[in-house]
Design a protein around this ligand. Structure first.
Ligand code: SF4
Length: 218
C-alpha cells in the first residue's frame, strides 16, 4: 500500500475510533501499565482489566510483586489464560526491576526485553503508552490481520509488519497506527469474520468485499 493511502487509512480510522487511540488496558501509572501489559498476551483487555482491578488494590509497587509468594500471586491471576506462567514471569521481572533498575520500569526497549515475559510487542506498549517513547510499533494479532488484509505486508510476520510501518510512517503515527488497527480488528475486521459492508475502509481496502468503481490502493 502506498504511504499516501496508508495515511488516508489512519485519518479515516482516527475519525471512527477516536476513543481508542490509547491502550484499553486500565492503569493509573507505569507500574500498573507494565503489569497489565505483561498479563495481556493470549487474553482480552476485558479479562485483564477485570483481574487487575482487584490486583492493583493490593499490589502498589513493583517491589510488592517481588516480595509476594508465587502461590498468592497465582491466586490473584487465576482468571487469565496461562496464569501460572504469567505469575512466574511477573515475579522474575519484578525481581530484576528492583535489583537492576531501582524499582523503576525501564525506558528502553532493550532493557525491557531483558525482563521475563516481555517481548517487542509488550515492550512497545509500555514505552509508547507509559513514557510516550516510540522505539517501535506494537503489533498484535489484530494488527496482523488488518495489515495483511490492507496488503501493507503480505507475509503476516509481526516483525516485518512493524518494520514496514516504521519505514512508511513518521514516528508520530506509530502509537496511533497500532491502537487503530487493534480497534478495527476488534470491530469489523476480525480474523474469523470480516464485515466489510459496515467497515469505514470498505472503499479503499484491497480486500474489501464491497464492490466500488476504483480502489485507491497499490
Ligand atoms: S474492508 Fe473488510 S477486509 Fe478491509 S479492513 Fe474493512 S473489514 Fe477488513
Amino acid at each position: 500500500m502506498e504511504t499516501k493511502t496508508l495515511k488516508l487509512v489512519i485519518k479515516i480510522l482516527k475519525r471512527k475510533y477516536r476513543s481508542e487511540l490509547r491502550t484499553q488496558l486500565i492503569h493509573k501509572n507505569t507500574t500498573e501499565l507494565f503489569v497489565a501489559a505483561l498479563l495481556s498476551p493470549q487474553c482480552s483487555d476485558l479479562q485483564v482489566n477485570k483481574t487487575t482491578k482487584e490486583l492493583f488494590k493490593q499490589f502498589k509497587t513493583i517491589s510488592d510483586y517481588d516480595k509476594t509468594n508465587l502461590k498468592t500471586l497465582q491466586g490473584h491471576l487465576k482468571g487469565l489464560n496461562y496464569y501460572k506462567t504469567k505469575a512466574k514471569n511477573l515475579k522474575k521481572a519484578a525481581r530484576r526491576i528492583v535489583a537492576r533498575y531501582g524499582g523503576k520500569i525501564p525506558q528502553r526497549l532493550d532493557d525491557l526485553m531483558t525482563l521475563q515475559g516481555v517481548g517487542r510487542k509488550v515492550g512497545n506498549v509500555i514505552l509508547s503508552e507509559g513514557y510516550n517513547i516510540y522505539e517501535g510499533i506494537a503489533i498484535d494479532t489484530h494488527c496482523i490481520t488488518v495489515a495483511t488484509r490492507l496488503k501493507i505486508e503480505r507475509t503476516g510476520k509481526p516483525e516485518k509488519i512493524e518494520s514496514r510501518l516504521m519505514h512508511q510512517l513518521d514516528r508520530k503515527y506509530w502509537r496511533d497506527v497500532s491502537n487503530l488497527f487493534i480497534a478495527l480488528g476488534r470491530d469489523t475486521c476480525r480474523s474469523r469474520k470480516k464485515e466489510c459492508e459496515r467497515c469505514v475502509l470498505n472503499k479503499i481496502c484491497p480486500s474489501s468485499d464491497v464492490i466500488v468503481g476504483t480502489k485507491a490502493f497499490a
